[in-house]
Design a protein around this ligand. Structure first.
Ligand code: COI
Length: 364
């Protein structure tokens, strides 16, 4: 039975927007507990437009194609940013959100970095809550996954002029899934490509960050790995991120995660995991560490675990790290290891199972 006190009461009043509903929901065709990530989308989407300096209040319509010309700046010059968030079904059936205001504000920072008009937080939250009301049946049962939420903003200017755009679309759609990774991952260090560089866009979420990572990702997969471990662009020494995740290295005496110096995405899961690890008594430092230090610590027996954190991937353990001609195998992940325990704390909170002393969980 869910504890009512676990979900902090927040303002959930919404300003109704027009809704065009599907004639028949597709939800009964799915087993929501078995879905891989990102392939099935719920019935509806939210859509708002920005024109002449103003955002519309938006509307909800059936999820589906948007009629847009190929000249839009969103396609031509990658003026596009997105967010990743999740709604969970609590034990009593309610839908809960995890730190949604943090996503709304990071979305604004991403937009501002690409000279795009930020989506007001009230518009973001209003659209999100109303969309979730329409598609709540798409959230997997408690403990069986989550309803992933994808807010996206891009320029719909039909212009190939290279200048900041004037017309934008903001959409939110959702996608149920069970697990991002089925098992701990093998990762390959890329010293050929860089994900982010000082002064670039590594600390926000433009679509282009992910486009630039695709080739390295493919090369990692060709080498039998599921993900890329990124190093800093300048010296190619310091560990930065892992695929779609922030990283944590558990050394015998402390846990390190790279600091937010401009090339690292300020993950909301990262921030939550730092807080939770400290509350569990661990020493966590936001401090640079080199890939050579990781290998040396492994050789001394001082590298206990290595894991990634992210909205979609939650907390995912790394099983092996390949760097140049060497691969280190990490010890099999014990359920009572650091990663496993912090994952359980995080999921327990975010899914409304456990009391939330942080004010992170909100009714959808
Ligand atoms: C998320 O974890 O939500 C992300 O944004 C990564 C995504 C590209 C799967």
């Amino acid at each position: 039975m869910a504890n009512e006190a676990t979900v902090h009461p927040r303002e959930t009043e919404t300003t109704p927007v027009p809704v065009e509903r599907v004639s028949r929901s597709r939800v009964a065709d799915q087993d929501l507990t078995q879905l891989g990530f990102g392939r099935v989308f719920a019935d509806h989407m939210f859509l708002a437009e920005y024109e002449q300096g103003r955002w519309s209040s938006g509307r909800i319509l059936p999820y589906g194609p948007l009629p847009l010309p190929p000249s839009i700046t969103g396609l031509q010059y990658a003026l596009a940013v997105f967010e990743g968030m999740k709604a969970h079904r609590a034990p009593d059936g309610r839908l809960v959100l995890f730190r949604p205001g943090d996503n709304a504000r990071r979305f604004q920072r991403s937009a501002a970095r690409l000279a795009m008009p930020p989506v007001p937080e009230a518009l973001f939250m209003n659209g999100l809550r109303q969309l979730l009301r329409e598609d709540r049946e798409w959230a997997p049962p408690h403990g069986g996954g989550a309803l992933y939420i994808r807010p996206v903003q891009f320029s719909s200017d039909p212009s190939i002029g290279v200048r900041p755009a004037e017309r934008f679309l903001f959409s939110i759609f959702t996608s149920p899934y069970a697990k991002y990774y089925a098992a701990p991952v093998d990762v390959m260090v890329s010293d050929r490509y860089a994900r982010a560089f000082p002064g670039g866009t590594g600390d926000v979420k433009p679509a282009g960050n992910y486009a630039g990572a695709m080739l390295a990702d493919r090369e990692a997969k060709e080498q039998g790995c599921q993900s890329v471990l990124w190093l800093d662009a300048e010296e190619r020494r310091y560990v930065e991120e892992c695929g779609v995740m922030n990283v944590f290295a558990v050394f015998r005496d402390r846990i390190l995660t790279p600091p937010l110096t401009g090339t690292i995405l300020p993950g909301i899961t990262r921030d939550s995991v730092i807080t939770l690890l400290r509350s569990m008594g661990h020493v966590v430092e936001e401090s640079r560490f080199a890939i050579d230090d990781v290998f040396a610590a492994h050789d001394r027996g001082d590298l206990l675990e290595f894991f990634g954190t992210g909205t979609a991937a939650t907390v995912t353990s790394v099983r092996s790290i390949r760097y140049r001609d060497r691969t280190i195998q990490l010890a099999p992940v014990a359920p009572d290891g650091v990663g496993g325990r912090v994952r359980d704390r995080l999921v327990g909170l975010a899914s409304g199972r456990d009391p939330d002393p942080y004010g992170w969980v909100e009714p959808a």
